[in-house]
Structures are given as structure tokens and as C-alpha cells.
Design a protein around this ligand. Structure first.
Ligand code: ZN
Ligand code: ZN
Length: 127
């Protein structure tokens, strides 16, 4: 798969935490992360950030740029979802496959606040 943001290659990255062991795809260049459907749910229990990005969340302009789904064959355009508690965090999710794209920094922001549950519910509600 290719990064929807910068079209660099995505690298499989292991997230290990307790009994949990999932693979996500991380961009080798911009460090954004792709979660297949359900992976965001599984990662819900991770409290400690597994991989931290120190870079800032992309600018509003960058975040609002439409991105194509890297997973689906037809590369449908992903939907935007703004977190209700922090309008700086805008995620992209695919209506077709249920995958979620987080830019570098967004993952950190969400993990720091342990927002996984509300985030996941938000996506469910909007999809
Ligand atoms: Zn990238
Ligand atoms: Zn998709």
C-alpha cells in the first residue's frame, strides 16, 4: 500500500502490548499510520504510547486535503471526522473498508488523552 498523504511506501509495524499484537502500516516518510477495520478497536486498551511522534499535527489545510483510501482497490475518497473534544484532530476514515488514517502527531494526541474509545464510537456513528 502507498501512503494516502505523500504516496511513500507503507511499512508494516508491530504493536505489542501485553497480550495484544497487531500490525499496522506506517508511512516511511511522513509517519502517518493506517489502521485496518477493527485494529483501532483492538488498540483501544493501549495506554502507553507505543510509537511516539514528536512532530506536530499537520496544518488545518493539510488535514482537510481529501485523501484516497490506500486499501480499497478503487481508492475511494476518505471521509473526514473531527474529534468533538479537539478540533485540531481531524482523522480520515474509509466508508467502504472501515480503515482509518491518522497523520503523525494525531496518534500521539489521541493516545495521550486515551481517546480511542470515543474516537471509535465517533467513527461508528458517522459511518
Ligand atoms: Zn506519508
Ligand atoms: Zn477503504
Amino acid at each position: 500500500m502507498k501512503c494516502p498523504r505523500c504516496l511513500s511506501a507503507l511499512n508494516e509495524v508491530d504493536i505489542k502490548e501485553g497480550n495484544l499484537n497487531i500490525k499496522v502500516d506506517q508511512c516511511t516518510s511522513c509517519k502517518g499510520v493506517w489502521f485496518d477495520a477493527g485494529e483501532l478497536d483492538m488498540i483501544d486498551n493501549i495506554v502507553e504510547p507505543v510509537f511516539l511522534e514528536t512532530r506536530k499535527i499537520p496544518s488545518k489545510y493539510d488535514q482537510l486535503t481529501p485523501l484516497d483510501c490506500p486499501y480499497c482497490d478503487l481508492h475511494p475518497m476518505m471521509e473526514k471526522a473531527q474529534h468533538p473534544r479537539d478540533e485540531e484532530v481531524i482523522m480520515d476514515y474509509c466508508d467502504t473498508c472501515g480503515g482509518v488514517w491518522l497523520d503523525a502527531g494525531e496518534l500521539e494526541a489521541i493516545q495521550r488523552e486515551n481517546w480511542w474509545t470515543s474516537l471509535y464510537n465517533l467513527i461508528k456513528k458517522m459511518s
